[in-house]
Design a protein. Structure first.
Length: 340
């Protein structure tokens, strides 16, 4: 009869100041990392260029895409690196999570309060924070010049209230919790900035293609008078950016960090459900894409302990989409608008 091996600790103290967030791909030599990133980008951009510019029908487009993926993934070490970079992160998150013995999977008032706050926040934003509520309540002002822009200010302001103010009040009320621990640090962002740049470049072909579709042109920019003046344009972009910052704090900071001790990496899978649902009403490809985006950005936020990479990608993609949409609108100051 042999002695049983000692149990492996569930977690390590990631919150300890001497431990820094680290992504395993950073341990690769720089030359190897550049090679893998280049292979990944070529695997995205080459089929995108061929499919959207040179291939006339979907059978040929699919054939080109499959052939390209076969070439890109033919490299065994690259496949193993990519698999670890994607799926291995969830195991790493669980290793880094601090929890007391027996804490995982047990009832928690903190989890209850956090998820009730999520439900209340999203409900208030849907019923009161929506532009339609503003339009009904202040319909007598509908003829004023900036009424539509003011309705977007109402919408954006409620995102700040629902995504930042209300969760922050709960965080302050919870014993031992600090807002600064909820992934708001810039330290992890700067260190892993290159990852987010690569992700943006991977998403860009899809954005460029989407900009050619009728659904895109009828949806963006959300503020259809954005080309009326420079004031309209930049005020709208500021309101748009504010709600993205708030959104990232709520989904990638508040929810993930609050649930981490009890759920570990599974907190990401809880988060993507409401995150996907807030995209309802947008074009179907964008809503489905929110599932993958939520998984990736949530994973990176938990590993880097920073929401700012997600903020950068969200704002970067949003500005790109608005620029592409405005390209098809009358010039600023022409007295003809995107809604015409």
């Amino acid at each position: 009869m042999t002695d049983e091996p000692a149990p492996i600790p569930v977690a390590t103290a990631i919150h300890a100041p001497e431990i820094q967030p680290r992504i395993e791909s950073e341990e690769l030599p720089m030359r190897t990392r550049v090679h893998y990133v280049a292979r990944l980008l070529l695997g995205v951009w080459i089929p995108a260029a061929l499919i959207f510019e040179l291939a006339p029908g979907w059978p040929l487009r699919i054939a080109i895409g499959v052939a390209d993926l076969g070439i890109v993934f033919a490299h065994g070490e690259f496949r193993r690196w990519l698999f670890g970079a994607v799926f291995g992160q969830w195991t790493a998150i669980d290793r880094e999570t601090v929890r007391e013995p027996g804490e995982a999977g047990t009832f928690s008032y903190k989890v209850l309060l956090v998820l009730v706050m999520v439900a209340v926040s999203l409900t208030l934003q849907e019923y009161i924070g929506d532009r339609s509520w503003f339009d009904r309540a202040l319909h007598k002002l509908a003829s004023t010049k900036y009424f539509e822009l003011q309705s977007f200010a109402w919408w954006s302001g409620w995102r700040v209230i629902g995504y930042v103010v209300l969760p922050s009040i709960l965080i302050v009320c919870l014993p031992g919790e600090r807002v600064r621990d909820y992934h708001v640090s810039l330290r992890g962002f700067w260190k892993h900035l290159w990852i987010y740049v690569v992700l943006f470049l991977c998403v860009l072909p899809a954005v460029l293609y989407a900009s050619t579709t009728p659904a895109f042109r009828h949806t963006y920019p959300f503020y259809r008078l954005a080309n009326r003046s420079q004031f309209d344009l930049w005020t709208w972009e500021a309101l748009y950016a504010a709600q993205f910052i708030s959104l990232e704090f709520f989904f990638r900071g508040f929810i993930l960090n609050a649930l981490r001790r009890r759920l570990g990496a599974n907190a990401i899978f809880v988060m993507i459900v409401p995150y996907c649902m807030i995209h309802y009403g947008k074009p179907l490809p964008e809503t489905l894409g929110a599932i993958g985006a939520g998984l990736i950005l949530g994973t990176l936020a938990m590993r880097t302990k920073s929401i700012w990479g997600g903020v950068m990608i969200h704002i970067g993609v949003a500005i790109t989409m608005d620029v592409l949409a405005l390209h098809g609108c009358p010039p600023i100051g022409s007295n003809h608008y995107c809604s015409d």
